[in-house]
Design a protein. Structure first.
Length: 152
């Protein structure tokens, strides 16, 4: 495992905890528009990241993995809307997103464990659905080599 990634991940977790983003009440109040500091935190992160990413892409930056930095851009599709609804619903119910769910047990918040289990279960279900769709799509390919992967 990449040591730098582990150190950065732990630092990110501490940052989430320091901002109290692993606290259900903070997230609940933010979603009820009672605590604007969470929105300000997310906005400031975007205000720093977007120009930096634009500049790195424009200068043809090579990533640490030796790949050329290219940001993916796609049109909004039905799957994006549905995914946003599922993510937002989960966030509203649990008071956690995947990042803060990982920080919750480290801070002694036991609710983080079922949230993490739900995130993992959701990923398994999503992969099963995608595999099913790939199987149906590749069955209709005439002359396609075995194992041809059709992206949804």
């Amino acid at each position: 495992m990449n040591r730098l990634a582990v150190v950065l991940g732990i630092g990110f977790g501490f940052g989430l905890g320091a901002a109290r983003l692993n606290d259900y009440d903070v997230i609940h109040n933010m979603l009820l528009l009672r605590e604007p500091h969470v929105f300000l935190l997310m906005g400031s992160a975007m205000a720093v990241a977007l120009p930096a990413l634009w500049l790195l892409e424009r200068r043809h930056w090579t990533t640490p993995g030796a790949g050329l930095m290219r940001l993916s851009r796609s049109k909004i599709e039905r799957k994006h809307i549905l995914g946003s609804v599922v993510f937002g619903t989960g966030w509203a119910i649990t008071g956690a997103c995947p990042g803060t769910a990982l920080a919750m047990p480290a801070a002694g918040v036991i609710l983080g464990l079922p949230v993490i289990a739900g995130v993992v279960a959701g990923q398994i279900v999503r992969e099963a659905i995608a595999a099913s769709r790939r199987g149906r799509s590749s069955a209709g390919l005439v002359g396609a080599p075995a194992g041809t992967r059709v992206l949804p």
